[in-house]
Design a protein around this ligand. Structure first.
Ligand SMILES: [Cu+2]
Length: 149
């Protein structure tokens, strides 16, 4: 869009140039050239940043001791930074196997769990106890699948 405007500008400039040469016109053409240059390069810089520091953020809600999510498998790619944001209607201690991360969820505030998905495979997130009790069930609430790059 900007580039098209600039092409249009250059054409009209050429026409105007035939009539009179003006210092302001030369300045405007330089600015237009710079704008076109930025138009092409700025998105490249932004994309490079996005790929490096990208965090895959997944919001999860536990109610009645279950993750409220149709698909119980979260799929990520090796090397991704994963951020799990948990809301729960009940306090619980959870465990991400493989990565061996233990964390607590509670109704008071969301729990945020971050990890770098370096190991590939399928890893369950299990409960180590709901409501302050220990060991009531150890079934998987969710699975994390990390696929090779
Ligand atoms: Cu466990």
């Amino acid at each position: 869009m900007l580039f098209n405007l600039c092409s249009l500008w250059t054409l009209s400039h050429k026409f105007l140039n035939m009539i009179k040469s003006d210092y302001l016109l030369v300045r405007l053409r330089a600015i237009c050239g710079l704008a076109a240059l930025l138009f092409f390069f700025v998105p490249v810089w932004i994309n490079a940043d996005a790929d490096e520091g990208a965090v895959k953020r997944i919001e999860l809600v536990i109610s009645e001791r279950k993750v409220q999510r149709e698909d119980k498998t979260i799929r990520v790619t090796q090397g991704e930074s994963v951020e799990l944001v948990w809301q729960s209607d009940e306090a619980a201690e959870l465990h991400l196997h493989g990565y061996d991360i233990n964390f607590e969820v509670s109704p008071e505030a969301p729990a945020i769990v971050t990890f770098e998905a370096h190991a590939t495979g399928r890893f369950p997130i299990t409960s180590h106890g709901f409501g302050g009790e220990q060991g009531n069930g150890h079934e998987a609430l969710l699975y994390i699948e990390v696929y090779p790059k």
